[in-house]
Write a protein that binds this ligand. Structure first.
Ligand code: ATP
Length: 482
């Protein structure tokens, strides 16, 4: 666990996890490329998520919907009109910032007493809202004039140039439009998806008609989503292109108590993060959304938050979205998405509970949690769970200029390669090779030395303790807990 995000950002770059996007051309804000280590870690997270939530369950099926979809999908879902962030611009230095972030960062840095002293425009903000903002330190759900009134009340200045010279807050839509077709004037408008969730709603009937599911059941999807985010900083926490893992769990509210189901998903998310990913309980907490903050159609929303180096922030959202989405798509498409209940002879529109997570955010959490500085041995260690480590075992010949050692080490490497993510390293001295493997989180490093040639044993070095043991080659795979 680290206190400064810059340490993780530097390690991610140095060791091939994550690079800034389009870097050799000066970069594109909020885009990132995944290197050899990052791609393995992201893939492991995605596979583990799929295994836990889809493969191991009876009541979940998967889909993979197109990333480009008709503008009508997003009109129906409400994204073309309502999916926007409120932004504010500094007239002095041109900084553009999300207003909610500007105010919430200010609230985080100031004492309650100091905040309460402000005089505010009570025709715009009621006493009740003002008190709530101070106690919760959250401003989601407020209107643009209310944001502006709070900025005035506390004279919140620009975090970049420290001047107080803001434009009024404005809304910016987060969806990326795409124009399909090549002839100008005949192009049709589509959007890159802003969330994977809509893919599940628009395919609800397809899935019902073509697979043997019955309520209650869920549809899961992992894949890219796109949002025109302009907030900078904190690396891959918020990017314009990111991987989501979303589930829409459909049920009949007359037969299944939504509160019980909601609890079930809370506990599944918690188990996944603590048991499967190995994150400590004390770095996690639930945050219940207030009435103002929740979308109008949602009956309950809670965020599972992780204690990132920049504070507790949303990792995973859980929302009871009622029958809003299916109803909207019925209305806009004219297609009947109701389900016939053979027991009652009635048609119902299923309700839905949605756990939605960003897989890249999970990756950042895992790296922050695993990052450890061993001051005694002067090394940085990524204490990753062995099943997540990009390289699970590294094999070295003690020296690279003795063919008999290199050949034997190659044999061990070839034996392990189909069984685990195995890397070969014969560069530099052994000490340097260990330090490199520690920084990418390799749990086991195996050295083939002169004794190996005599008794078929190798040295296994453990990442977390740096302790070493001799193990016979034939028992190696069983010995390592991967
Ligand atoms: P935020 O309030 O942080 O903008 P949100 O509440 O809009 O997020 P959802 O729409 O609920 O997020 O998305 C579900 C999950 O997808 C989030 O919990 C987060 O893990 C992830 N996510 C959302 N936006 C981004 C982004 N721009 N970059 C990376 N991950 C994201």
């Amino acid at each position: 666990m680290i206190s400064n995000i810059d340490d993780v950002v530097s390690l991610m770059k140095r060791r091939g996890f994550v690079y800034p996007g389009s870097e050799i051309y000066g970069g594109v804000a909020n885009t990132y490329d995944y290197g050899p280590m990052g791609v393995e870690l992201l893939r492991s997270i995605r596979n583990l998520w799929w295994d836990f939530f889809v493969t191991r369950r009876e009541d979940l099926v998967g889909i993979e919907a197109s990333m480009i979809s008709s503008h009508r999908v997003w009109d129906a879902s409400g994204h073309t009109s309502g999916f926007s962030d409120a932004m504010i611009d500094c007239k002095n230095c041109q900084l553009r910032k999300r207003v909610d972030h500007l105010i919430e960062e200010y609230l985080d840095q100031h004492e309650v007493k100091e905040l309460a002293k402000a005089s505010y425009d009570s025709s715009i903000i009621s006493e009740e809202i003002f008190q709530k903002v101070i106690t919760t330190k959250k401003v989601e759900g407020l209107s643009l004039p209310q944001f502006d009134a709070l900025i005035r009340a506390w004279s919140i200045s620009c975090p970049s140039c420290h001047k107080f010279d803001w434009t009024p807050s404005r809304k910016f839509n987060l969806l990326f439009p795409v124009h399909l077709g090549i002839i100008e004037g005949e192009q049709s408008l589509a959007y890159l998806r802003g969330e994977t969730a809509q893919g599940m709603f628009i395919n609800f009937k397809n899935v019902m008609d073509t697979s043997r599911v019955k309520l209650p059941f869920g549809i899961a999807q992992t894949g890219k989503s796109f949002r025109n985010e302009i907030t900078l900083g904190n690396s891959i926490f918020r990017t314009i292109e990111f991987d989501q893992g979303e589930i829409e769990y459909f049920f009949d509210p007359d037969k299944t108590d939504w509160k019980v189901l909601f609890e079930h998903w809370c506990s599944q998310m918690w188990t996944f993060v603590t048991k499967e990913l190995g994150i400590k309980d004390e770095n996690l907490r639930w945050r219940v959304h207030s009435d103002e903050e929740r979308s109008f159609y949602s009956k309950e929303t809670q965020d599972l938050e992780y204690n990132f180096p920049f504070g507790f922030k949303e990792l995973w959202g859980l929302a009871y979205r009622t029958d809003y989405d299916l109803k909207q798509h019925m209305l806009h498409s004219g297609v009947d998405l109701s389900v016939f209940d053979v027991e009652t002879g009635k048609r119902i529109i299923p309700h839905v509970i949605e756990p939605a997570v960003g897989l890249n955010r999970i990756l950042l959490m895992i790296l922050c949690d695993a990052y450890t500085v061993d001051t005694e041995k002067k090394r940085t260690v990524l204490k990753l769970h062995p099943k997540l480590a990009p390289v699970q075992v590294a094999v070295f010949p003690l020296v690279s200029n003795k063919p008999e050692l290199v050949d034997k080490a190659r044999e061990v490497h070839a034996m392990l390669k189909p069984l685990a993510r195995t890397a070969w390293d014969a560069r530099g001295n052994i000490g340097k090779r260990y330090l490199y493997q520690d920084e990418i989180g390799t749990p086991y490093a195996i050295t083939v030395d002169y004794q190996t040639l005599e008794d078929e044993t190798v040295t296994v070095r453990h990442r977390d303790t740096a302790s070493q043991e001799r193990v016979s080659i034939e028992k190696l795979h069983a010995y390592m807990q991967l």
